[in-house]
Design a protein around this ligand. Structure first.
Ligand SMILES: *[C@@H]1O[C@H](CO)[C@@H](O)[C@H](O)[C@H]1NC(C)=O
Ligand SMILES: *[C@@H]1O[C@H](CO)[C@@H](O)[C@H](O)[C@H]1NC(C)=O
Ligand SMILES: *[C@@H]1O[C@H](CO)[C@@H](O)[C@H](O)[C@H]1NC(C)=O
Length: 444
């Protein structure tokens, strides 16, 4: 009996102690949570201060974007330690010699697409000697897994076509990663890159000094915010290992990156297979912009409609034979700027592969294939006015000439979900239709 009382009081003592301990724990947990929230806020704020440079003028676009006109010499590129004393080059030394006269191409009225602009142009223009930069908002950074990862790709996303060429196969470490994310993978030649799916055309086996394409622009439906859909060209150097070099440009719909479903012009670069270096647009230092009309990451408008008006954009990326920088041009009139050669290893010399096409993320919502669309969401068979296309695809050779691609290959992981079909004619040169709806009876 006495033992029972003793036990009780002992228990009460313990209980009281526990309550105090629990309260103390609660207080310290709350403090820690608050501290970590404020630390996170501070980190986001610091990141925003780094990204958003003081503007001489700001333009509000109807899509909610704010475009800051930032003095050209204060752009993010110059935060790079190697660019502190860089002399901006205001124009390329050389421009590749053309194969197609763009003004003569597409004379068939039926297969004619219209020129395109950026949405914010309706509300103003940036003065000379400034560049337009899409302002990063707090929400943009908060949507990323961390401020550090904001504006960076999460995986190797350059598609690696099936090939017997072992120099072109993933490294052992990458192979492991692949098996983890794709346990159902059957064919070792087919690579599902963390649910990224592609429908592309490509060339390899030569030295390339640039690429060009005219891409028609759509607004594909994205099933889930963590998925995206894009159409772009890839300029690749090195093998698909840890040191893959890539320069990329095109259009994309990415709710995670931009917070909406608008179609936006984008660029990307990396010199270490999407690990530590590189980013989208001007979200890190690297690309040097000289153009005051076009904002990277800003919405393009209008977009093509099914059985309706078609709109396309031209993108040219080439290596200036004199300084060695990789330049980018948008349309016929806008030279946007350049990636200095020193950012890269392999691409400091030349590219070993060029790819053109679409990519989506299939996160397999509800265990089914995503219904996120690629391109227009239609299969290539449907053709002009319905399917999405790349036309007049060309490469730049060692003599700085634009040439038709030789031995154009195609690649898609699951042609029942997204497909690609090439062709050529006098009007469109080498072209392909690509894309698809994702989930459908043949792609469950
Ligand atoms: C790639 O993934 C899809 C579904 O996401 C699957 O059906 C297909 O079999 C995979 N292919 C390989 C080779 O793993
Ligand atoms: C594989 O990756 C390692 C670094 O992890 C790199 O040193 C090596 O060159 C890569 N091999 C190939 C074939 O890419
Ligand atoms: C984007 O589109 C999806 C459906 O495709 C929709 O559920 C979502 O609300 C849209 N997001 C925005 C920000 O409009």
């Amino acid at each position: 009996m006495g033992g029972g009382v003793a036990c009780f009081s002992n228990g009460r003592f313990k209980f009281g102690f526990l309550v105090v301990f629990w309260l103390w724990g609660l207080v310290s947990l709350t403090c820690a949570a608050r501290l970590s929230v404020s630390r996170q806020k501070l980190e986001v704020q610091k990141h925003l201060n780094r990204l958003n440079k003081p503007a001489v003028k700001s333009i509000e676009s109807s899509d909610g974007d704010i475009i800051d006109c930032v003095p050209i010499s204060h752009q993010p590129a110059f935060d790079h330690p190697f660019l502190k004393d860089h002399q901006i080059q205001m124009r390329p030394s050389y421009h590749p010699e053309g194969l197609f006269d763009e003004n003569k191409a597409s004379e068939k009225p039926k297969e004619r697409a219209n020129p395109i602009n950026q949405l914010w142009h309706q509300h103003g223009a940036c003065p000379e000697d400034t560049i337009p930069i899409r302002r990063t908002k707090e929400d943009d950074v908060v949507r990323a897994s961390s401020a550090k990862r904001y504006g960076k790709k999460k995986h190797i996303t350059a598609p690696q076509p099936r090939s017997g060429d072992s120099s072109n196969l993933f490294n052992e470490s990458k192979k492991k990663q692949r098996t983890i994310s794709e346990p159902r993978s059957g064919d070792p030649d087919l690579i599902n890159q963390s649910g990224h799916q592609h429908a592309i055309a490509y060339v390899q086996g030569d030295k390339y000094y640039g690429a060009k394409a005219t891409i028609n622009v759509w607004e594909p439906k994205i099933q889930q915010p963590n998925e995206f859909s894009l159409s772009q060209l890839w300029i690749l150097g090195g093998s698909f290992g840890q040191d893959l070099n890539s320069i990329e440009a095109g259009w994309q719909v990415s709710p995670d990156l931009y917070g909406d479903n608008n179609t936006r012009l984008f660029t990307y670069w990396t010199s270490d297979a999407y690990q530590a270096t590189g980013c989208y647009n001007l979200l890190c230092s690297g690309f040097i912009q000289i153009n005051s009309d076009i904002a990277m990451g800003a919405s393009i408008s209008p977009v093509s409609g099914y059985r309706n008006s078609q709109y396309d954009i031209s993108i040219l990326v080439w290596k200036d034979p004199k300084e060695g920088h990789w330049w980018m041009q948008f349309g016929n009139d806008y030279v946007l700027g350049y990636w200095p050669s020193f950012l890269f290893s392999y691409l400091a010399d030349s590219a070993s592969m060029i790819e053109w096409g679409g990519e989506v993320v299939n996160s397999e919502p509800d265990g089914q294939h995503t219904s996120t669309q690629m391109g227009s969401g239609r299969f290539p068979e449907e053709g002009f006015g319905k399917a999405s296309y790349f036309r007049n695809i060309q490469v730049v050779d060692g003599s700085n000439n634009l040439k038709a691609p030789k031995d154009l290959g195609t690649f898609t992981e699951q042609s029942n979900c997204y497909d690609v079909q090439t062709g050529s004619n006098g009007d469109w040169g080498h072209y392909f239709y690509y894309g698809g709806p994702g989930r459908n009876p043949n792609c469950p």
